[in-house]
Design a protein around this ligand. Sequence first.
Ligand code: NAD
Length: 265
Amino acid sequence: MDMTPNLNGRNAIVTGSTSGIGLGIARALAGAGANIMLNGLGDTKKIEALRAGLEKEFRVKAQYSDADMSKGEEITEMIHKTEANFGAIDILVNNAGIQFVSAIEQFPPSKWEAIIAINLSSSFYSINAALPGMKERGWGRIINIASIHGLVASPFKSAYVAAKHGVVGLTKVVALETAEQNITCNAICPGYVRTPLVENQIRDQAKAHNMTEDEVVDKVMMQWQPNRRFVETGEIGALALFLCSEASRSITGASLPIDGAWTAR
Ligand code: NAD
């Protein structure tokens, strides 16, 4: 068996890949030869530059879908469009996500609904639509980007923690339902990664605690992450790439922390 990740001829879709972790994963998969369907919000010109940049740098096909991950019909349509354009989806990475931090009594119901829809239900819709093709071809890789908050909780993140625990549960069910079909389904559980999602939290915490942003990182955030540094998006891309290789074919239904020992306590 060739254990080197080689994704030449494979087609991948990465939700929420216009920024942060999703973009890191899209770059890692494209670097190994996979065609990429990008997805996410953002400035049209910047997204087009990202798409064209991937094609040029890695000599793969890259397309973009503007599907809204809070809307089931748009997700189903995106999966079918990707299959039609590329011929198949071999790798599905469910990564799109948002955050909102508040005590539960003040948590706005609209934020709860949005977080559950984007961070959890979107994975149901994409897997529901992409699995039949994977089963038909007898190969597939599904990677759900959960979080250490899929394994442990923090206060003030009720919707996020509930959604991410849901993602971990969904991952196990899909792994059991596909175990005999050469399809794996795993969750990656990162600790803090310095992306726009976390930059917003740093800014809000600095205001709330009357601290500088550096103090928030050092005194508030890194107290949880024992190696005291942010995980880099490239590290998560490398783990996702490993999960797409033949070497990982027996790893399924797993939730893999990449968290500097956060969840070791
Ligand atoms: P990010 O804000 O940099 O990226 C989020 C991506 O999701 C963007 O591309 C954004 O456009 C997209 N997105 C948001 N709402 C969308 C919608 N309605 N429709 C389509 N796309 C949408 O954040 P990130 O930190 O890279 O987060 C990516 C994933 O990693 C999330 O699921 C997040 O929960 C998870 N995660 C992040 C961290 C961290 O510390 N940054 C840690 C653990 C898990």
